[in-house]
Design a protein around this ligand. Structure first.
Ligand code: FA5
Length: 345
């Protein structure tokens, strides 16, 4: 920094040299050289008093900044390309840290999404990311919704002028992951994938419905797979996520891409099924849809449906988290309400 008064410039040079050798860096702010500059101000001629005083303050600020820099622990962040995609399967503690943790906290949905991925990873399922814009083929045709099928109305979402969609569910990824991993089957390995990502719906909002939310899709295909594997997988995962033994109930439902299809509910973890206001006194909480992958969907991806069978499911991540922490309104997640968000950091 430049100083127009020679005396101040000389003191600045001297004080900076002195600072380098000091153990208690803050003591430089009490140095006699600085004190004597301040003491002179009141005796100076009126025409230079203000500018001299400003320069002494400038020197004090510079010293304070140097003290701050030398006393703050150095944060050595590795150089990273923030635009580069990284694999969603990388464990949380190995992911690139963009901000020092003390300046920020992660969103609870992202923390829980990582826990979900980690439990499935231990069960042998790999995570694949979805996309924010998709096409008619992946949203409907590949999932066995022919054109004009009334079930298309259940997935009413935002569209672009070009006729593309913001995906209304993570099932839009089924055809892609079946194609990507079908070579596993020839090597006697299962297709075992989860897709945790954001989805969108044209929805009337309330305490349980958002227009933008997260789902986690699961797709498992191998020889001899049946609905018992589906129920056992979901039950094992839920018991691990809620850290208690969970019961599962399925009831018949309809999805064009699974046959048979089910809605599944888990035993209420709050009341041990005695009945409470969270489960509307039924003892069960509905969590998602599932079923055996329809042979048309397997064949569309080039998989021999007479040889291989599989199951798929879709949970709403917000609903899972609401149940875990007894959160009564889904809209808290996107509210940017720091009082709510900080409870999870
Ligand atoms: C589906 O989206 C199917 N794709 C699930 C599926 C996958 C079935 C694979 C079979 C095989 P559904 O529309 O029921 O199904 O949504 C699944 C879950 O997403 C719901 O149970 C709920 O937990 C969550 N969900 C749905 N709509 C909303 C919403 N507007 N806000 C928050 N969560 C929602």
């Amino acid at each position: 920094m430049d100083y127009q008064y020679e005396e101040i410039a000389a003191a600045a040079k001297q004080l900076k040299e002195k600072l380098a050798g000091l153990e208690d860096k803050r003591s430089i702010l009490r140095a006699p050289e600085l004190g004597s500059l301040y003491a002179q101000i009141k005796n100076l001629p009126a025409e230079i008093r203000a500018s001299f005083g400003q320069e002494v303050n400038k020197l004090k600020n510079e010293l304070e900044e140097l003290v701050r820099e030398s006393t703050q622990p150095k944060i050595e962040l590795p150089l990273i390309d923030v635009t580069a995609p990284f694999d969603v399967n990388v464990p949380t503690d190995k992911k690139p840290q963009l901000l020092p943790a003390e300046n920020s906290s992660r969103h609870p949905l992202m923390v829980e999404r990582d826990k979900i991925i980690e439990i499935f990873a231990r069960m042998g399922l790999t995570a694949v990311e979805s996309r924010q814009i998709d096409d008619d083929y992946h949203m409907f045709t590949a999932l066995n919704f022919p054109e004009g099928h009334p079930a298309r109305d259940d997935y009413d979402t935002f569209t672009t002028e070009e006729g593309l969609f913001a995906p209304a569910h993570t099932s839009t990824m089924q055809n892609r992951v079946l194609k990507k991993y079908k070579s596993n089957l020839e090597k006697d390995k299962a297709i075992a994938v989860i897709i945790p990502d954001r989805v969108f719906r044209n929805e009337d909002l309330d305490a349980r419905h958002e227009h933008t939310f997260y789902q986690v899709e699961g797709v498992y295909v191998d020889k001899g797979i049946h609905a018992g594997h589906l129920v056992a997988t979901i039950r094992a995962w839920l018991s691990s996520y809620y850290e208690k033994e969970m019961k599962i109930k399925t009831q018949p439902y309809y999805f064009p891409f699974t046959e048979p299809s089910f809605e599944f509910a888990a035993s209420c973890p709050f009341c041990e099924q005695k009945g409470c206001n969270v489960c509307s006194y039924s003892g069960w909480i509905e969590l998602g849809g599932c079923g055996m992958i329809h042979p048309h969907v397997l064949r569309e991806a080039g998989i021999d449906s007479s040889k291989y069978t599989g199951f798929a499911w879709g949970f709403g991540i917000e609903r899972l988290v609401m149940l875990k922490y007894n959160i009564e309104d889904i809209r808290h997640f996107e509210s940017a309400n720091l009082k709510f968000l900080r409870q999870f950091s």
